[in-house]
Design a protein around this ligand. Structure first.
Ligand code: PMP
Length: 388
């Protein structure tokens, strides 16, 4: 039997062979003209993927948390008021990070699996002036998607910047930075962007860059300071070598391959494919009689699914049985419900066949755990809902 599993967690994901091949190629000098060409092209492609033709892209070695840190460090000066739209674990992380930079934080929260309504957010925006607000597009701890378009419209009305943590959304969920009025969107390589972990990716729109330029105090994070990185990104786009810190050469070769694949698929087609994958997986889970963490179907993301364990089934045992059937899934993450649910990622290179294999492995696991259900109904529902 092949020692092979299907990795269906919400990042890292399964990667395209051409992306992995680029990663395994020779490491050039970071000043090599061919590498600078690749870096420059990757920056240009990021603008397209993020829907921000006049934005400033940044590519740094680091994980998604560094991308959050970069946004927080460069936009916050001590005493700045920031509104955190909180939908779970990663929104909490943003609040904790911003506090380090001296932000005065107001949070608008929802119960686990919910999301603050636009009215609740507007109440806060009316009550005070905020320099910026943060929103987690898809909180990977709950599988809840926020209404970024609606929130960005509020941000524009109340003249606050809006920073979107798109780590579990960019290149999977619809996100049109310029059209919607989003000022910063950030992600990491290992999710729907489709590159192994190690890149922090961010696009800052003109209002965010203007706010950065208006700073009167130095950025309180040496590595993430745009003062160092902006000239590097600009010179790469001008196809001129420059240096601040050594870039992760192979990861950037791989990123450019993946961004090329994403744009070849087309953003609309890609978003539609993720919608179909989300629908298939969630309908498959529902047909098996399992609940889900998002409190309403329209709160559910398309890049991931967060099913609840059925009563009487031991979560750790179920995940072990699913793994024996060849599919790797993730356990719970939100501290309030950690042992009550598990998480499935379906983004990037994922196809219907991967979702069907996953639902099939879940059926196998549930049966092994003694759960009573009609075998095959989950797979059938997933397949039936992919197309409509
Ligand atoms: N935000 C969200 C929504 C995430 O899902 C994650 C990672 N799961 C992060 C931030 C942090 O990214 P990283 O683990 O790459 O630091």
């Amino acid at each position: 039997m092949k020692d092979r599993t299907l990795l269906m967690i919400p990042g890292p994901i399964e990667f395209e062979p051409a992306v992995l091949a680029a990663l395994g190629g020779p490491t050039t000098s970071h000043l090599d003209p061919a590498f600078i060409e690749t870096f420059g092209q990757a920056l240009e492609r990021m603008r397209e993927v993020f829907g921000c033709p006049d934005g400033q892209p940044f590519i740094l070695a680091g994980s998604g948390t560094l991308a959050m840190d970069m946004a927080g460090a460069n936009l916050t000066e001590p005493g700045d008021r920031v509104l955190v739209v909180n939908t779970g674990y990663f929104s909490d992380r943003f609040a904790a990070l911003l506090e380090r930079y001296g932000a005065e934080i107001t949070q608008v929260r929802a119960p686990v699996g919910g999301r603050p309504s636009l009215d609740e957010v507007e109440e806060k925006l009316k009550s005070n002036r905020f320099k910026f607000m943060t929103v987690t597009h898809v909180d990977t701890s709950t599988g809840v998607i926020t209404d970024v378009q609606g929130l960005a419209a509020l941000a524009r009305r109340y003249e606050t910047l809006i920073v979107v943590d798109g780590v579990c959304s960019v290149a999977g969920e619809e996100l049109r930075m310029s059209d919607w009025g989003v000022d910063v969107a950030l992600t990491a390589s290992q999710k729907a962007i489709g590159v192994p972990p190690g890149l922090a990716l961010l696009v800052a729109g003109p209002r965010a860059m203007a706010a950065f330029r208006r700073r009167t105090s130095p950025v309180r994070n040496f590595y993430a300071d745009w003062t160092h990185w902006l000239p590097i990104m600009e010179s790469c786009e001008a196809r001129k070598p420059s240096y601040f810190g050594t870039p992760p050469v192979n990861l950037i070769w791989a990123l450019n391959v993946s961004l090329g694949q994403i744009l070849a698929e087309g953003m609309e087609a890609r978003v539609a494919r993720h919608r179909a994958l989300g629908r298939a997986c969630q309908q498959g889970i529902r047909a098996l009689g399992l609940g889900q963490v998002p409190l309403q179907p329209e709160f559910a993301a398309h890049t991931m699914t967060a099913p609840r364990y059925p009563s009487g089934v031991n979560g750790a045992e179920l995940l072990a049985r699913i793994r024996e059937a060849g599919v790797v899934l993730a356990g719970g993450l939100h501290p309030a419900i950690r042992t009550e649910y598990f998480r499935i990622g379906h983004m990037g290179a994922a196809r219907l066949g991967d979702v069907l294999a996953t639902i099939g492995a879940i059926e196998t696991g549930l049966a092994a755990c003694g759960y009573q259900f009609e075998r095959g109904v989950g797979v059938a529902a997933a397949a039936a809902h992919y197309e409509n």
